[in-house]
Design a protein around this ligand. Structure first.
Ligand code: PEP
Ligand code: MN
Length: 336
């Protein structure tokens, strides 16, 4: 539910609405735009806003939003959300590119990749230290030692990083080393994790679940935002369909649909959505043409030797070519 304040509402009138909602057990989010101030009221059950604030001084209108997601919805916030992760801009006029290995494997591997990503024009380094592997016998990641290497790579290249966090208990640890938390496809509906990531106030890259609908993705983002964390980017990473020619099926429709339904930045992961290096660049181009705000791409100095996802990892040279091609598409659709 939204309380739209009059353009001339003063601070006292705005605070009366915020405090009134909070006293009744609801959370209130203040959204101040250049020409409008809105108080979003969320919580369990339906707040009786008309009864509490209808006709109150400074209140212009009360707008019920019946959707199960509110803070993530464009009905709630019309303008694109734009945020910065240590110099990398999400949701702005430009495209943001995150790249790096599936897993952090060693100091040499990570630093070599980080320098290559930086040189090719990437804005952030990706790399998993805690890996959610389908088989318990596959490489599970380097753990905290991997996080330390991500921080070292940041010091060496200036690239901020994004890395996966798998449990709520691990959120403080991962926040210490990382600039953005990745919540993986397998954890999209891990509500305790979404809650902890929301409370951390750290930027979050939320990946779509393997079989999740767009609406379920938006509701998962709502969990994060309902704890006051506004810096959330949505990531399409392919969904499971009957098609077996590729690892997953890129739901390219999700890009314009998410942009229409939500104000949050939309990122596409062509590595996991195709599962094969030879298709990654084509789908990266398609993503930007479709209106995505950025990409997350797996890059490895020696894909054949990668400890995870080598088949879909680009070499540094292939990644540099991807960046050049994506730049041309970005320019063609009026993005930087
Ligand atoms: C990854 O980014 O390496 C990963 C595990 O992705 P997803 O959660 O999309 O499978
Ligand atoms: Mn991977």
């Amino acid at each position: 539910m939204l309380v739209i304040m009059r353009a001339d509402a003063n601070l006292e009138q705005i605070n009366r609405v915020i405090n009134g909602a909070q006293e009744r057990g609801y959370r209130a989010h203040l959204l101040r735009g250049a020409d409008q101030t809105i108080v979003g009221v969320v919580g369990d059950g339906t707040p009786k806003l008309e009864e509490w604030f209808g006709g109150a001084p400074g209140v212009q209108e009360i707008v019920p939003i019946s959707k199960a997601y509110k803070l993530t919805s464009r009905d709630f916030i019309r303008r694109d959300t734009v945020f910065n992760v240590d110099g990398a801009t999400f949701g702005g006029p430009g495209i943001v590119i995150m790249a790096g290995p599936c897993s952090v494997e060693s100091r040499a591997q990570l630093l070599e990749t980080a320098h290559a990503v930086k040189e090719a024009g990437g804005h952030m380094l990706r790399g998993g230290a805690f890996k959610p592997r389908t088989s318990p016998y596959s490489f599970q990641g380097m753990g905290e030692a991997g996080l330390e290497l991500l921080a070292e790579a940041r010091a060496a290249t200036g690239l901020p990083n994004v890395t996966e966090v798998m449990t709520p208990e691990m959120v403080p640890l991962v926040c210490r080393y990382s600039d953005m938390l990745q919540i993986g496809a397998r954890n999209m509906q891990n509500y305790a994790l979404l809650h902890a990531a929301g409370e951390s106030q750290h930027p979050v890259l939320l990946k779509r679940g393997l079989s999740a609908t767009i609406e379920e993705l938006l509701m998962a983002a709502e969990y994060i935002m309902s704890h006051g964390n506004r810096r959330v980017a949505l990531c399409e990473r392919g969904i499971r369909t009957y098609e077996t020619a590729t690892r997953n099926t890129t739901d390219i429709n999700a890009v314009p649909v998410l942009k229409a339904r939500s104000h949050l930045p939309v990122i596409l992961d062509p590595s996991h959505s195709t599962g094969e290096a030879q298709y990654v660049t084509a789908i990266a181009r398609a993503a930007i043409a479709a209106g995505a705000d950025g990409l997350i791409v797996e890059v490895h100095p020696n894909p054949k030797q990668a400890m995870s996802d080598g088949q879909q990892s680009l070499t540094p040279e292939q990644f540099a070519a991807l960046v050049r091609q994506v730049a041309a598409i970005a320019a063609a659709v009026g993005r930087g």
